[in-house]
Design a protein around this ligand. Sequence first.
Ligand code: SAH
Ligand code: SF4
Ligand code: F3S
Length: 469
Amino acid sequence: MSDTPAKRLFIKTYGCQMNVYDSARMADVLAPLGYAPAESPADADMVILNTCHIREKAAEKVFSDLGRVRAYRSERAAAGKDMIIAVAGCVAQAEGAEIMARAPFVDIVLGPQTYHRLPEMVARAARARDEKKGDGKAGAKSAGILDTEFPVEPKFDHLPAPRAEGPAAFLSIQEGCDKFCTFCVVPYTRGAEYSRPVADILREAKSLVESGAREITLLGQNVNAYHGAGPAGEVWGLGRLARALAGIEGLSRIRYTTSHPRDMDDDLMAAHRDVPALMPFLHLPVQSGSDKILEAMNRGHTADDYRRIIATLREYRPDMALSSDFIVGYPGESDKDFEATMDLVREVTFAQAFSFKYSARAGTPAAVLKTQIPEDVKDARLYALQDLLLEQQRAFNQASVGRTFDVLLTHAGRHPGQLVGKSPYLQAVHVMADPKYIGTVARLKVVSLEPNSLGAVWADASKSTIKTA
Ligand code: SAH
Ligand code: SF4
Ligand code: F3S
């Protein structure tokens, strides 16, 4: 054992699964510097806020959280301990200079494309602090490292091979977006679309499986726009990649998120018919059911295009469960446009969905439109839509009661003796089971519907750990 006390790292993650993946990778690049996970920011030598810029509320939260982290740092300083504060992610990318100005105590501001350089940034920040201490100016304005460029060489080439932290792992295969929907900041915060080469992805997937992953969720801002270089330089789409991944021994399940309707090609849809490991669940954001609004959003497809995709998917895979994202109150959205969204939802029926009020984002084309919708109208539409979506979600879950599913058991539940896992349709399922079954796909019968999960028993009663008197 080393004599140096381990340093503690606390990362708070906001936003999408890409950020969850990035946070794990930031922890990976800092591990060789001696950083191990901290329980809370209060006992961390370094705190990273990995931020999201997608809606106004998400971005504003960062500044209030920074205030709290600063208070922890002062408490630590009183005890003679230090703390490095970093802001990463999409707010950092979009508002790096503003963060430095509004929160000058922040040591490091880094974008989503530069975190492979964190060790170097941390060393520079620590040096700057030591120099200030030497000056007797500890706690004064930090030297402030800002690294938000989009490097030519993708960060993936500089990251260590990740290890799975449980049976369900994420693997980022595509990043950035060139679609420029008129409401969205992602093309500005994440940069141009980039697909990782096939060989890198297969290597990373194998290493995840070797370290215990049974399910891999492929990630990308538009993951089905994937067009990576194959081994002979030819271009692979996501369908072909999914087929190759399914050949990895020990990998039982493949998922991918988030998809764009425009990139839902026939090969990928057919993969849902041909590849049993590809789970029958798809998050396919539609945003609106009105063609006028879809056009104004620059989505590049109509509501009927969406209906046709769903019909084809259900033809290939009749039990396909669907999820989506919706925006209500986009500038110029009339009652009729909103009703078209409600109609589309009624027709498609979703197993789950996310819905948001339109939030004007500086720098995006929709933010300057004169036809902004009043807040109370947005509220009323959001409530109506969420009522309908929740009703569909409840009906979907209710229909699962009595059915037998393959459930990947991923971790211990809140109650002693309980394990929790995921159904093929991404529902949380819990069962009384021996912990040795974590990481296995269990055949379970769903017996109850609870507020946020399904209760199940073993289809094969001999595996049950419940002792009856
Ligand atoms: N690439 C994905 C979505 C990524 S952003 C796609 O195109 O479908 C995740 C979701 O946030 C979007 O689907 C959208 O519903 C929501 N969103 C993005 N910008 C928004 C804004 N300005 N206001 C409200 N919701 C927004
Ligand atoms: Fe944003 Fe549109 Fe790109 Fe999705 S496709 S990330 S909504 S610009
Ligand atoms: Fe948010 Fe950036 Fe993801 S803006 S949704 S963290 S890509």
